[in-house]
Structures are given as structure tokens and as C-alpha cells.
Design a protein around this ligand. Sequence first.
Ligand code: ZN
Length: 413
Amino acid sequence: MHDILKKPFRLHNTIQHYKWGPTPPDAFIPQLLGIDGEKNTNYAELWIGAHPSAPSKIKIEDDLVPLNDLIHRFPDLILGKYVAGRFNNSLPFLFKVLSAAEVLSIQTHPTKGQAELLHKTEPRHYPDTNHKPEIAIALDSLTALAGFATYYQCHKTVLHYPEIAGFLGRDALSDLFPLRKLSRKQQSEQLRQMYQTFIHLTQTKPGLYQRSVNALARRLRSKQLRRSRRENLFLDALEKYGSSDVGLFSLFLLRMITLKAGEAIAISPGIPHAYIKGNIIECMANSDNVVRAGLTKKFQDTHTLMTILDYTPNPIQIISPVQTDNGYEYPVFTPEFKISRSELAKGSQTYQTGKQIEIILVTKGAGTLKWNSVKQSEIIKKGYSFIIPGILDNYTIHSEKPMTIFRVQIPLF
Ligand SMILES: [Zn+2]
């Protein structure tokens, strides 16, 4: 078995057809994979990894074997000894291509401690004990909501939208936005108060919330002026999720950011976020623990949400990767994964694995993947992904056309 496993394996990955994904001919994932997408089918995510609900598969002799099974049978050979020992014989990350045509649900992730507690008390909604640090790298561009807007921006918002101000109520507003200068700490405290008041009111006065939402919608629809992107998102989401969704007003309280190709954001625990539009590479710790905050029909746990949200204004920095000899490295901020992007001109490049598992994905170009002192080779091209098992020390990519390759490894610390 040892010898059979000593080679890179091409991965056969699962496509997730969530409703917010684009449909052909505009869908990115079929274009990346070089397949004809099916008409009227949403292409939202491509999952590359060993997650038990949709593991990638590899071909061994004539069988398609799920990657999680293979890892389970040969953890040291596939993961490498360090990873197998540190992460309990499992692949610690999930790698994805995500393609959003419309806004996803607003969500936030728990810390490890919070996830352990949530899983213990409500395993049905919190399926594992893990945290979910996540990085999103724009392939073309990405628009997203990430973190709360600043205290002053939120104040402007309530002044600008009388329907939101009216819902919060005059008394609450004078407490939330006092006419004096506030320290940064006081500002996030006020934001916390504001959001808690808002969520509390959506629970205690659902009728008033729906009326306020509908009033804003009516006014925006009748407006002669051009609507902002946020206002259009609000109207679309209202149609989809109905007027009681707490995300509808939250949309106006979060910060909207746009990333250019290659730029990234890292989402730490407690940060509310929702991707709106764009094609991205995403990598996260292998976990399904999300706490939803609206724009969804799925289970919402507002009580938990209140306890884990981070109210630091503008907490997200847009990351530009660090340039290296043949590409770019993204900062390492969690033990489960690190990600880099190689930009190869024509020629050969050898990569050392450090005897740990790697996953690579080609998003541009074509060439050959060589191993075993370049005596063996396989075609590699746009849309192809491979695992490099831990028993392989190194591999070489010879590019015939300029290539872009995303490489996920596990940091050694
Ligand atoms: Zn997320």
C-alpha cells in the first residue's frame, strides 16, 4: 500500500448547488472545471477536502475512495506524522471555491471554547466542537459585509432611515447616540447596546418590525433617486426571506467592503459577515459551526448570537499577500492551514512538502505535475486539484502556459 500511496492524487470534488450561486452561462465553477453547467442549476461551492458530508474522492486502481476514508486508514502516510498527531488523524481544514451571485446569510463563528459549550448543549445545531477561522481570497472581486460599521456610521444610518430610527424608538436613540464624544471602547459598548436593543425589539415587537421594514421598502420602491447597493440588497432579501427576517435592518448596520483580485479577508470569531457577490477561494478549519444572524430560512439562535458577537468597529483589515519568489503568501493566523498562491511563468518549479499533506488547485494555465525524482508525471491544468500525501517529500510542476496555483498547507507551530 505504501508504494501505491506515494504519488499525488487528483481529487474529484463535490459541487454544492445552494440557491445563492450563479446559474450557467454566468456560473464560474463550471467554467473553472471546464464542464457544461446544467441550465437553471445554481453552482455555489466546490468542496475540496475530507469533510464527512461531502468528501473529495480519489481514484485508487479502479475505485473512487473518499478522502476521509483514506486518511482514516492511513493517517501517517497521507497526513504526515505531525498533522496526524496534532489533529487527531484528520484533515484540519476545508478548502473551497465559492461563487456568490447574491447575498448569503449573515453569520458569525464561535471561538473554540464557545463551540465546545454550544456542541455540548445543542449538538443538533452545533455539529462539532471546533472553531471556524476562515480566509476568503478574491479571484476576481468580492463584495461582502464584514463586521459592524463604526458607531458614527450607524448614527448616520439611523438619521438617514426614519423607519429604522422609528423602530428603535426615540428614548432608545437618545441613550444610544448621546451628544458627546465617546472613546473607542465606549463606541463599541454603544454598538453592543444598539444591536441588543434592535434584536430584543425584533423579538418583543415583531409586528412593529415588519411594519417598519415594509414602510422602508415602500419608500425605497417609490424613490425617484437611484437606490444604493445596500438598498437593493434590502429589497431583494425582503422578497426572499419575508419581512420578519432580522437581517433586513442589520444589512444597514454592517460594513460593506470590496476586495480586488488577490486581496483577502480573514474572519475571526464573533465577526458578523455575509458574502454578497464574487468568486473566491475560501479556506477554513474543518467545522460547520455557524451562528446565523439573518437573511436565511435556516435555524437562527439570536440568544447565542448576542453572547458571541464582536462589536469592535471596522475590525476587518483587507489583506494584501506578501510577495515571494514565485508567488504570494497569505498570513498565517490559525494552526489549521496556511495558503499561498504561485504564479508560474513557463518553466519548472519544485515544491518541498516538509512531509505534510498539501492540497493544490489550479485556477489558470496548464502543465505537468511530476514526482519521484520527476520520473512520473500527470497532466495538471485549470480546474484540477490534487492532494500531495505526506509520504511524498517534494513534487515539481512544469508549466507550459503561465499558471496560477493555490496551495494549502499546514503551518508547523
Ligand atoms: Zn463564515
